[in-house]
Design a protein around this ligand. Structure first.
Ligand code: SAM
Length: 269
């Protein structure tokens, strides 16, 4: 069943931390932009743009003749995106499921980088993406596979499963897809899937606190948000011990897998 994350837990600190630590999402986002083959002069919509680091790269790729808009429901992240934009792209508060102020068939490319697993009504969001795409337009997203979790989530699942007090803690995004469910969702809406594969990344962290800060910032405060401070302290100790098994040359190495999907709105629409 789909679940809505809270959009009320973000803070200036979390937004700044995401801007610093979201380099991981940025790096796989660059691969998504490569897969989408952005061309000079194209119009691009970045849904869930966060603090706008990837939006800026999209704007560089389409150049001054192109047009890039980033939308995100979190005002503090949009504020940072606007600081970064310097009028090279636009950014505003908005949600994937409600693009009513954008006219139909406007964009060449719509993408969501590490966003779709947070969206409760994914069919509605993708129908909106379809509506604002031109015929022949490209859609792309990256998302965490439901059936191949981040190493961190695997470790945490084991730790909290053994502890009745924290069993219900939020440790990942609530609405993950598999390659199969992503493909069938897109096909049911009329998209032609052009890429659907899992890529693996090596996330290295200095220590357990870096891991926790990254997870809180990336989830805009949802990660472990239902736990009280003493429970978090206890879990942190157990996590620190469990993560020692992942120590490598650059600190704690945790593999992150992402589904890369691109699709096309057929020309006949
Ligand atoms: C992990 S961040 C990714 C940010 C950015 N795309 C990047 O690559 O760095 C997830 C983003 O999804 C946004 N988000 C959550 N729910 C959303 C929704 N319903 N519509 C659009 N964006 C949403 C969050 O506000 C957050 O900025």
């Amino acid at each position: 069943m789909s679940k809505a994350p809270s959009l009320q837990l973000d803070s200036a600190t979390l937004a700044d931390e995401y801007d610093r630590l979201g380099i991981r999402q940025f790096n796989h986002g660059l691969q998504l932009l490569d897969a989408l083959g952005l061309q000079e002069g194209e119009r691009v919509l970045d849904i869930g743009c966060g603090t706008g680091r990837l939006t800026e790269s999209a704007a560089q790729r389409v150049g001054a003749q192109g047009e890039v808009l980033g939308i995100d429901p979190l005002p503090l992240r949009v504020e940072r995106a606007l600081q970064r934009a310097q009028e090279r792209f636009a950014a505003r508060v908005g949600r994937a499921e409600a693009l009513a102020d954008i006219g139909g068939s406007h964009y060449d490319v719509v993408y969501l980088n590490s966003v779709i697993h947070w969206i409760p009504d994914q069919p509605k969001a993708l129908r909106e993406a379809w509506r604002v795409l031109k015929p022949g337009g490209r859609l792309g997203f990256t998302t965490m596979p439901a059936d191949a979790p981040h190493d961190l989530h695997g470790v945490l699942h084991k730790l909290i499963a053994a502890d009745p007090q924290s069993r219900r803690a939020e440790i990942g995004a609530p609405n993950k897809l598999t390659r199969e469910s992503a493909a069938s969702l897109l096909s049911s809406l009329g998209f032609e899937v052009t890429l659907n594969e899992i890529r693996e990344f090596d996330d290295a962290f200095d220590n357990v606190d870096d891991v926790l800060t990254f997870s809180r910032a990336s989830s805009f405060g949802n990660f472990l948000s239902s736990l009280a401070e003493p429970q978090i302290t206890q879990l942190r100790e157990r996590l620190a011990a469990a993560l020692e098994a992942h120590r490598g040359p650059r600190g704690l190495h945790l593999a992150r897998r992402m589904i890369f999907v691109t699709a096309r709105k057929p020309l006949a629409h």
